[in-house]
Design a protein around this ligand. Structure first.
Ligand SMILES: NC(=O)c1ccc[n+]([C@@H]2O[C@H](COP(=O)([O-])OP(=O)(O)OC[C@H]3O[C@@H](n4cnc5c(N)ncnc54)[C@H](O)[C@@H]3O)[C@@H](O)[C@H]2O)c1
Length: 301
């Protein structure tokens, strides 16, 4: 998507990271913050340097993007003509809501406002707004400049068109947007990672393993699999016939949910980029190539 004007309101850890993605993907990008412009520039330069050092952008791409970036300490001026606003200010409900009121007086209903909030629900964020239908959560994952995940979550008043538009805009920034269909604490994935963190700490406390062995166990086992094929596809690949045969294979009680998971996995495989495999065999080959690359990075191959 080109011709998108993206404004990042709050340019700390999360805002500067996402702004770098927008800039490198050709969006007209404005950084707004209450701190002086020099501070904003220093933050975004720092992120670009990291991306260049990591090999995620060339020095030329980073310099061109930085040269085109705009900065503002005037919110009303910053959001003039914006298509997309990513709000990345501190986690305070009233501050976020009053910021949206200022923005929407200028933009009207057409610009979408995505909040980076980790904990506030979109229905609360859009309460009393001029155009609640255009407000939703677009929750990134740290480090936001490299991890593609964005969890979209609409509130009771968010329109389906807003969710679709947000998805398109994030895709154009190189992100991978998934939809959290319910307002639930931790959205989709933090509940999973919090549960893993608690289980890991418990193992250490109970003397099951050291901290180092806990991390190695995750990195060289389930973590490698999850990085390449997620959770449900990973489990499905481990059983001939996938979820349709899982109860029989493991001697579990059959449940109708296994057919639901199986159909979801079928859909997931069909939707993959063809270069990553659209059959179980092809997906396994892709997975194995990816494992070999990961092992090389870890000096195990
Ligand atoms: N840090 C994370 O790992 C993480 C991950 C996902 C989501 N989030 C969410 O992202 C949001 C921002 O978090 P962060 O870690 O980037 O915080 P941060 O403290 O690094 O950055 C906040 C920025 O907002 C600016 N700011 C403060 N008041 C402002 C105002 N009134 N108008 C404009 N800018 C203002 C600050 O100057 C600062 O640059 C929070 O809602 C947080 O929950 C954080």
């Amino acid at each position: 998507m080109s011709n998108i004007k993206a404004v990042f309101v709050g340019t700390g850890m999360i805002g500067a990271g996402l702004a770098a993605n927008a800039m490198l993907n050709g969006y007209e990008t404005v950084l707004y913050d209450v701190v002086p412009q020099e501070k904003m520039e220093a933050n975004i330069r720092h992120i670009m340097d990291i991306l260049v050092e990591a090999g995620a952008a060339t020095r030329q791409q980073a310099d061109d993007a930085l040269a085109a970036c705009q900065y503002s300490n005037d919110l009303e001026q910053a959001v003039q003509g914006a298509d997309f606003i990513q709000e990345c200010i501190p986690e305070r409900l009233e501050l976020k809501k009053s910021t949206y009121a200022t923005i929407q007086k200028v933009t009207g209903p057409d610009a979408i406002i995505c909040s980076s909030t980790s904990k506030l629900f979109p229905t609360k964020l859009q309460e009393g707004a001029l155009y609640p239908q255009s407000i939703l959560v677009g929750h990134p994952y740290n480090p936001s400049y490299l991890l593609p995940l964005i969890e979209l979550c609409g509130g009771e008043q968010t329109s389906p068109q807003t969710i679709e538009k947000a998805k398109e805009i994030y895709t154009g920034m190189g992100k991978v947007a998934v939809v959290c269909q319910k307002e639930i604490y931790g959205f989709i994935v933090n509940r999973l990672s919090w549960a893993a963190l608690e289980a890991a700490k418990e193992c250490v406390r109970d003397g099951v393993c050291t901290v180092e062995d806990m991390d190695k166990a995750i990195m060289f086992g389930p973590g490698m699999r999850m990085a390449v094929t997620g959770q449900l596809l990973t489990i499905s690949l481990g059983v001939d016939g996938g979820f349709r045969n899982i109860a029989e294979k493991y001697g579990e009680e059959p449940t109708p949910w296994n057919e639901v998971y199986a159909q979801g996995v079928d859909q997931e495989i069909a939707n993959r980029d063809p270069s990553m495999g659209n059959t179980v065999d092809e997906v396994c080959k892709f997975r194995d190539r990816a494992f070999a690359e990961l092992l090389k990075l870890h000096k195990l191959l």
